[in-house]
Design a protein. Structure first.
Length: 144
């Protein structure tokens, strides 16, 4: 979805929303295995939307399930455009690509399988102009 220089992500997966809308009740899940409890990672949201997306931001509910059954829940705001309405992401054609750090420098305390659940939290039943939603883990680099 997006290209960048440097090391490839530790984990990356993207879901295409076939109807180009994101229903409020549609939860996207991403599961990955962690064996390194000392390295810090950035949590990244990969988002592709149309230029006709009607908002300058995107609110998300994110839940992280730990291997021991505990959960962490966050509400996140992703700013997609500046005050003048110019998209912060890359605009190849009529689509806009964003790669946004949604949680930085996170160290996993336990080895095992983790699951991230992401839902849109925009207070609309169906969020239009959303084409792809992805989640990635990239090893934290102090130069970021």
């Amino acid at each position: 979805m997006l290209l960048s220089c440097g090391e490839p992500p530790f984990f990356e997966e993207t879901r295409t929303l076939e109807s180009q809308t994101w229903p409020a009740d549609e939860e996207l899940t991403f599961t990955f295995d962690v064996q390194d409890t000392q390295t810090a990672f950035d949590f990244l949201l990969n988002l592709r939307h149309g230029e006709a997306y009607p908002y300058s931001n995107l609110y998300l509910f994110m839940q992280l399930d730990f291997p021991n059954g505990k959960k962490s829940i966050d509400t996140l705001e992703c700013v997609l455009a500046d005050d003048r309405g110019k998209w912060n992401g890359r605009t190849p054609g009529s689509l806009v690509d964003h790669r946004i750090i949604i949680n930085g420098r996170r160290i996993f305390p336990l080895k095992g399988e983790y699951t991230v659940h992401i839902k849109q939290a925009m207070r609309v039943d169906s969020l239009p102009e959303i084409y792809d939603v992805g989640f990635a883990l990239k090893e934290f680099e102090s130069g970021n």
